[in-house]
Design a protein around this ligand. Structure first.
Ligand SMILES: Cc1ncc(COP(=O)(O)O)c(C=O)c1O
Length: 385
């Protein structure tokens, strides 16, 4: 009998939901062991935690593959590790990478400061126009890398024309989908070859682990796996165990993040002290139509421009009682950060303003608190401006 395809919540909780032998623990044990006994004379692959084949590592890899609709997945020691290994797997010296210009600052530094000495050239493109990708292509271009939704303007890209270009030109399409998670967007269903996550964020969801993940075809994941071995990027078993616990609630957390995101965005857009709100669920957002078409939910990330500039944001941040002033995102606690001091600190104020991130810009990662309490916290902090 053909098995019913399980829903996202069930896959997040049970993985493939295979039959359980009697006396199986409902919560998996932590295999906090570097190595495992090995049958004498066996030529089978040995189990060694640096190889990524510890049961805790394998369990979350299988679960993510099921959620993304991928043949295989791998978790590694950080989101940066996931981005680095993926590109090392796909690119060779002499190759050219086309990257969106709207990417996480750490990845921008990896591309501009490290890839050059490996003989890999990177150029940056405005990701909204398929024409710009085409124009920037060279004979040596091997891959396109982008993030969607983008940070901190929450632009939502339509992957399909970019995927069609990649297919026509034989390029790999690599998508960092950290902000969306497989609950809100599954890039492989839109033509991407590889999806990357900073699992530090929503996949784990509790701000207590640093991890990264990659998903795609078995052949590509085998290349990433080999690099993980030799570059020493494996994830610690305890971190893998925590991620498994976090992933069980991914679908329900994302539903709450989506609802709170929309409620707070709508409230912010009515406040006189707010100059602009960047949230794809608002009809005023430039990508609202695309977002409605491609996303399962608009997410819990929000960009807000306060009218008071730098001094206004400082006053606002000092007054917050529930939301914490901290970088990172995707956890149960609401965090607020200032791109001018974090992801976009490398730009001048003029460059930031040109990129649509003027002083006074705040990025909210809305957590799982009651939306009314968050709104009350923001209201009392805005009253301080
Ligand atoms: C979109 C995105 N990708 C990758 C990373 C890097 O992840 P990590 O901090 O887990 O190395 C981050 C971190 O903030 C991120 O926001």
């Amino acid at each position: 009998m053909k098995r019913r395809r399980l829903g996202l919540s069930t896959r997040a909780i049970h993985g493939a939901a295979d039959a359980r032998p009697d006396w199986t623990p409902i919560a998996p044990p932590v295999y906090q062991s570097s190595t495992f006994t090995n049958p004498v004379g066996s030529t089978q692959e040995v189990l060694y935690t640096r190889y990524g084949n510890n049961p805790n590592q394998l369990s979350i890899a299988k679960r993510l593959a099921l959620l993304e609709g991928a043949e295989a997945a791998i978790f590694v020691a950080s989101g940066m590790g996931a981005v680095a290994l993926t590109h090392l797997a796909v690119l060779r010296p002499g190759d050219h990478l086309l990257s969106s210009e709207w990417i996480y600052g750490g990845v921008h530094r990896l591309f501009t400061q490290e890839f050059g000495r490996l003989g890999i050239d990177v150029s940056f493109v405005n990701p909204l126009q398929t024409r710009s990708w085409k124009r920037a292509m060279r004979k040596t271009t091997r891959a396109i890398f982008l993030e969607t939704p983008t940070n901190p303007l929450m632009r939502v890209l339509d992957l399909e024309p970019i995927a069609a270009l990649c297919k026509a030109e034989g390029l790999a399409l690599i998508v960092d989908s950290t902000f969306a998670t497989p609950v809100n967007f599954r890039p492989l269903e839109h033509g991407a070859d590889i999806v990357i996550h900073s699992a530090t964020k929503y996949l784990n969801g509790h701000s207590d682990v640093i991890a990264g993940a990659v998903a795609g075809s078995e052949a590509l994941m085998e290349e990433v796996r080999k690099l993980m071995w030799v570059w020493g990027q494996a994830l610690d078993p305890m971190a893998a165990w925590l991620i498994e616990r976090g992933m069980k609630t991914l679908a329900v957390r994302m539903e709450r993040h989506n609802n709170t995101g929309l409620a707070v965005a709508e409230w912010c857009s009515k406040q006189p002290a707010v100059a602009a709100v960047h949230y794809p669920g608002l009809p005023t957002h430039p990508d609202h139509e695309t977002a409605k078409r491609v996303l399962g939910g608009f997410g819990g990330m929000l960009g807000v421009e306060l009218k008071g500039g730098e001094r206004g944001t400082e006053r606002f941040l000092r007054a917050l009682r529930i939301a914490a002033h901290a970088p990172s995102l995707g956890g149960v606690e609401t965090l607020v950060s200032e791109p001018r001091l974090t992801s976009h600190a490398g730009l001048t104020p003029e460059q930031r303003a040109r990129a649509g991130i003027p002083d006074g810009f705040l990025r909210f990662s809305l957590g799982l608190e009651d939306a009314d309490d968050l709104i009350a916290d923001f209201a009392q902090a805005l009253a301080q401006l």
